[in-house]
Design a protein around this ligand. Structure first.
Ligand code: AMP
Ligand code: GLY
Length: 421
């Protein structure tokens, strides 16, 4: 089968490497892919948001199945557009992708269907939001309604920070129209867990749980990033908690979307906080998380293409989705300075992947046959091993073999998880 994957980061590289293991797959195209993905797929210079060009490419090249990985094209309706031209695709339709595209929508959904989440208020005027913040307890969390490259959430430790957050989102429009409305919500505490689920709108199959590390530097210091590393499984997430999540969060969410006439198919990502009052939803994503995917998919033993097709066809209950009883650790190597200003175009060399180590390229371009960095997050180095300790050790051993002088990485990915064990 000819497969097309829309997107061009580490997540897409992990998806492509996963798909390549399927005996049914003969060719993979990545739109746009990147210089590192080019080792595993044919990269085509079409942007992930250029839906007309994506559809034309798929039809012209007789693509048998498409995977739309990033949030933007999903929220813009890429899956609907592809289906209209006869291409079956993995991912939610536009009217279901709103679960990530609008935080106001997702918060109201949770309230209506009693799905546990932080208490909140919605504001469409800066004036009203500022009045509210004057007497609200701090810390408090201010969230832009729409997509904001993962930066639309501000944890305000003080009232002044909350006021600044409201002003910058609603008045200065730092996230553009994504900040026309905001959610202000209660600050929750507890361990965070990411759970990605396959769903066809009826059956929900949770993947192995994971833990992201969002801050740029060790000991959770520095700015928030797209994610500096992950481990799976997440030791805080045990069988009892999984059962509670299934009954109070996962199934109710899928059923709520059905009741709203917005059946969700694809990968539904639950960002959870395990509070002392039980698990609560911090955020939904309408897609695979990154870098979570870089630890979750290497542990998948079933045929990824078959599982994806089952979500599209509504046959997920007919298949078994198996994960290895092992652990994985992914360390992200980023350009020095990230998530603020950084230099691109710096040489990147890594050894050949071996059975237990994968190099997922997030941001690099080819210059002749040389790889040069092209982005903030550049490389994900994933190790799979029998237990978390050895997975962490192996990932860091592999990181040290990478030659990327302009790079930096956190040295404590998985440390908190190890402590929790
Ligand atoms: P998001 O961009 O939605 O993933 O949020 C970024 C991070 O902000 C999350 O991973 C949490 O660590 C934190 N966060 C979001 N909402 C809350 C909340 N209500 N209470 C505490 N932390 C939060
Ligand atoms: N790692 C969080 C996300 O993909 O949004």
């Amino acid at each position: 089968m000819k497969i097309m994957v829309v997107g061009g980061g580490g997540r897409e590289h992990a998806i492509i490497k996963g798909l390549k293991k399927s005996p049914k797959v003969t060719e993979i195209y990545a739109l746009p892919g990147n210089g590192g993905i080019a080792q595993d797929a044919t990269c085509v210079n079409i942007g992930a948001k250029d839906i007309d060009a994506i559809c034309k490419f798929a039809v012209d090249n007789k693509i048998d199945y498409a995977v739309v990985a990033p949030d933007d094209p999903l929220v813009l309706g890429a899956v609907d557009a592809l289906e209209k031209v006869g291409i079956k695709s993995f991912g939610p339709s536009k009217n279901a992708a709103i679960i990530e595209g609008s935080k106001v929508f997702s918060k109201n959904l949770m309230k209506k269907y009693n799905i546990p989440t932080a208490d909140y208020n919605v504001f469409s005027s800066a004036e009203e939001a500022l009045t509210f913040v004057e007497t609200a307890p701090v810390p408090i969390v201010v969230k832009a309604d729409g997509l904001a490259l993962g930066k639309g959430v501000i944890i305000a430790a003080t009232r002044e920070e909350a006021i600044d957050a409201v002003k910058s989102i609603m008045e200065d429009k730092v996230f553009g129209d994504s900040g026309n409305n905001i959610v202000i919500e209660e600050f929750l505490t507890g361990p965070e867990v990411s759970v990605l689920c396959f769903t066809d709108g009826k059956t929900v199959v949770p993947m192995v749980s994971s833990m992201d590390h969002k801050r740029a530097h060790d000991n959770d210091t520095g700015l928030n990033t797209g994610g500096m590393g992950t481990v799976a499984p997440n030791p805080y997430y045990n069988k009892d908690i999984e059962k509670v999540c299934m009954e109070t969060i996962f199934l109710p969410t899928v059923e709520a979307m059905n009741k709203e006439g917005r059946t969700f198919k694809g990968c539904l990502y639950f960002g959870l906080m395990l509070t002392d009052k039980g698990p609560k939803v911090i955020e939904y994503n309408c897609r695979f998380g990154d870098p979570e995917t870089q630890v979750v998919l290497p542990l998948l033993e079933s045929d990824l293409l078959e599982v994806m097709q089952a979500t599209t066809n509504g046959t997920l209950s007919d298949i078994e989705v198996k994960f290895a009883d092992k652990s994985a650790c992914c360390v992200i190597m980023a350009s020095k300075g990230y998530p603020e200003a950084y230099k691109s175009g710096c040489p990147l060399n890594m050894p050949k992947a071996d059975e237990n180590i994968s190099y997922f390229v997030a941001g690099a371009k080819l210059d002749g046959d040389k790889l040069l960095s092209a982005g903030g997050r550049v490389l994900g180095v994933t190790a799979v091993s029998d237990n978390l300790k050895t997975a962490i050790d192996d990932a860091y051993k592999a990181v040290k073999k990478v030659d990327f002088e302009n790079g930096f990485y956190r040295s404590d990915i998985g440390a908190k998880a190890l402590k929790a064990l």
